[in-house]
Design a protein. Structure first.
Length: 386
């Protein structure tokens, strides 16, 4: 995709990556993603804000050439992660006079990650400004969204804020912000850091903004609307929802899952079920974001919890979900030995309440279904207090 002028003298020069399948080799990317990189042209100086993943460096360079960027004074690095910083070495080769402008923490990380040298850098701190001539870059330190060095860059004259990962979404640049994509992105990248996120979100809400330009996904032309969505996602509020992640080998655990799903539905609890052995993490994170209860359901294989369920439990756990309750169900052959293993994968559920697990020997029978009905009753009682 060719460069695009988004404001007078400000250009998108990044790259779309619709064919990318996973982020962090973990989260599915149904829409792929983009790496948004921006040129800000002042009357005196030219700055590049963030770069692109190294696999797309040629596209960034082609856009810079097409835009006739013959001289680059500054490379602003808002975030050290390589999908935004990884092309800095190639840009420095092309523009050896450019300085990498960032905060002290980001500098050390870029030196570690990219082997940049001290002389490559010019350091900035909170509220410091860089005058490009008619356009002033002002730096806002915003740590832990989602790395310790993250910051934003504000161009006051144009009322535009460059936020890198913050308020991004895994979509191509050029479309309009999609709420479902944004929710999934938030759950997979920002949910574990939501306390920091809330602080920075309110700072951004207080700024005079016409446009937010993240480094993944579309430009945000209605900041207030998107800030409102994120205010809800980043809150500790959950809904009357349950998420069931399960693995079944011979159908017994699946029978338990379907019975519990129906019992919860009868209680008015919106329940989403994921067969994680077949679909991996697809769709899980968005539902996890506001589910009050998470149910882990596993068959026993070789006397252990199923590895596919443990993988999902671990992935759910590292997102530090807001869930207030969780439980474990499943079928076993001769001993229900897997519950402790599953609990062991859930260290971040310390503040969630474990509702008594239900296990069935072999195929579930009348008494087991009655226990699942009682479990649904217990979940509904807890949800009444949400
Ligand atoms: Fe898009 Fe944290 O990198």
């Amino acid at each position: 995709m060719a460069f695009t002028e988004i404001k007078k003298g400000i250009y998108w020069v990044g790259a779309n990556h619709p064919e990318r399948k996973f982020f962090d080799e973990l989260f599915p990317l149904p829409e792929g993603t983009s790496y948004n990189s921006y040129i800000v042209k002042g009357t005196e100086k030219i700055a590049l804000i963030d770069t692109v993943d190294p696999v797309k460096a040629d596209e960034l360079i082609a856009n810079l050439r097409e835009l006739n960027v013959e001289r680059l004074d500054y490379i602003i690095s808002n975030h050290a992660e390589q999908d935004h910083s990884g092309s800095i070495p190639r840009i420095l080769e092309l523009y050896p006079g450019a300085k990498v402008v960032t905060n002290a923490k980001c500098k050390t990380m870029l030196m570690d990650l990219l082997d940049l040298k001290d002389e490559n850098f010019a350091l900035v701190g909170e509220n410091e400004a860089l005058d490009l001539g008619g356009k002033t870059l002002k730096f806002v330190l915003a740590p832990w969204v989602h790395w310790p060095e993250t910051m934003f860059t504000y161009v006051a004259e144009e009322k535009i804020l460059f936020t890198c990962d913050f308020l991004g979404s895994h979509e191509s640049f050029g479309g309009t912000y999609d709420e479902e994509d944004g929710k999934r992105y938030f759950a997979e990248i920002m949910l574990p850091y939501r306390a920091f996120f809330r602080t920075h979100l309110e700072r951004v809400a207080g700024m005079d903004l016409e446009m937010i330009a993240p480094s993944h996904g579309p430009i945000i032309g209605e900041p207030a609307k998107i800030i409102g969505l994120h205010r809800e996602w980043a809150s500790e509020r959950v809904k009357n929802k349950a998420l069931i992640a399960y693995v079944s080998m011979h159908g017994s655990t699946e029978k338990m899952v379907r019975h519990l799903e129906n019992a919860l539905a009868k209680k008015g609890i919106e329940t989403k079920v994921f067969d994680v052995a077949k679909t991996g993490f697809e769709g899980v994170s968005s539902e996890l974001l506001d589910s009050a209860t998470v149910v882990f359901a596993s068959a026993v294989v070789l006397n252990e919890a199923h590895p596919a369920l443990l993988y999902a439990a671990h992935a759910i756990n590292i997102l530090k979900p807001k869930a207030k309750f969780y439980t474990i169900i499943g079928s076993y052959g001769w001993a229900a030995t897997h519950a402790e293993q599953i609990k062991g994968a859930l260290g971040n559920f310390k503040s969630a309440e474990l509702i008594a697990p239900v296990f069935a020997k072999g195929t579930p029978k009348e008494a087991d279904y009655a226990k699942l009905d009682a479990l649904a009753d217990e979940i509904a009682k807890r949800h009444a207090g949400i």
